[in-house]
Design a protein around this ligand. Structure first.
Ligand code: ADP
Length: 304
């Protein structure tokens, strides 16, 4: 396992920020760590990157216990903290060279040109950090996390504060890095996680409330109603359609076209097929609107 967390608990003073959190992540997975503010995402990431100690439980990276083999772990991971602390007065290359020195990297020059290339910083790398746009500053943050060519990347809110174009650029950068690295990235933006991750761990008030593939979360969490857009060949008796057992409500677009609202797991396709059959018509168009992770997330976190 690239990342293994068992019964991780962190208590700050009298506040339980993490409560018996367990999960594991295999090689070359991009996993989204999702949760509202204060859920415990940063705390988990700080523990995983060896920056703070857990109260109880354990965290290991590439088989090494983070609290016991902290230095070894730090050599094998890259970490982008939430606030991405950079030295604004330093030139990009100067900063990266400083980070390479901290890591005691032998061929620093080679490492710097590798990360400049992989994060698309070529054109900006001769500037001072505080002359860069927010998106490029974030690239510098990711570049410093990559300087030791880590197998595991921990990115805390990597796109926060970026404009939509910058977000898109950083997302595609992360996707390309995820081809051969394990990435755990936190976010409170659902679309972001949907765009990058195949698996999601949802944290709320220090506890894991879901850990699954996106598809399974959408399928299993029956927290949403389904909206189905359907068009029949012939005009339909609206009353009969709305009286079908399992259909919650209908909105007519025209005499043949409707948006059907049904509860969670109801097999709308089957109901509509039988209805069309008994009404001597056929369905010419049918489309189920996708459940959004956003609404699932809201329901899950409110619920918990
Ligand atoms: P997230 O990253 O999901 O927003 P955090 O891990 O930052 O959540 O915080 C989890 C909880 O722990 C919050 O209630 C936060 O106020 C608390 N917390 C985080 N850091 C500290 C700290 N250094 N001292 C006291 N409480 C903290």
């Amino acid at each position: 396992m690239s990342i293994e967390v068992q019964n991780l608990t962190k208590i700050y003073g009298d506040q339980r920020a993490l409560d018996q959190v367990s999960f594991s992540i295999g090689a070359a997975e991009i996993v989204g760590f999702l949760g509202p503010n204060g859920a415990g995402k940063s705390t988990t990431m700080k523990i995983l990157s060896g920056h703070i100690a857990e109260t109880s439980g354990s965290a290991s990276i590439l088989g090494m216990d983070v609290s016991k083999e902290t230095l070894e772990v730090k050599k094998r991971i890259g970490y982008l903290p939430e606030l991405n602390p950079l030295y604004g007065d330093m030139y990009v290359k100067e900063y990266l060279s400083f980070i390479a020195d901290i890591h005691k990297i032998k061929d620093g020059k080679k490492a710097i040109s590798r990360v400049i290339q992989s994060t698309g910083l070529e054109r900006e790398c001769r500037k001072k950090i505080n002359q860069l746009s927010k998106g490029y500053k974030q690239r510098v943050g990711i570049a410093q996390a990559l300087i030791n060519d880590p197998d595991v990347l921990i990115l805390d809110e990597p796109t926060s504060g970026l404009d939509p174009n910058q977000m898109k650029e950083i997302r595609s950068l992360i996707l390309s890095l995820g081809k051969n690295k394990t990435i755990l990235l936190s976010s409170h933006i659902m679309q972001e996680v949907e765009a990058m991750c195949s698996r999601v761990i949802i944290l709320n008030k220090g506890k894991i409330i879901a850990d699954d593939t996106l598809e399974a979360i959408k399928k299993n969490w029956d927290v949403n109603t389904t909206h189905t857009h359907v068009k029949f060949r012939d005009p339909i008796n609206e009353f009969e359609l709305s009286s079908i057992d399992g259909i919650q409500s209908i909105n007519s677009v025209d005499e043949q076209t409707f948006v059907i609202t049904s509860k969670g797991h109801v097999d709308v396709a089957d109901l509509l097929f039988n209805f069309a059959l008994s009404s001597n018509t056929i369905i010419v168009e049918q489309k189920e609107q996708e459940k959004s992770l956003e609404s699932i997330f809201q329901k899950l976190t409110n619920h918990a």
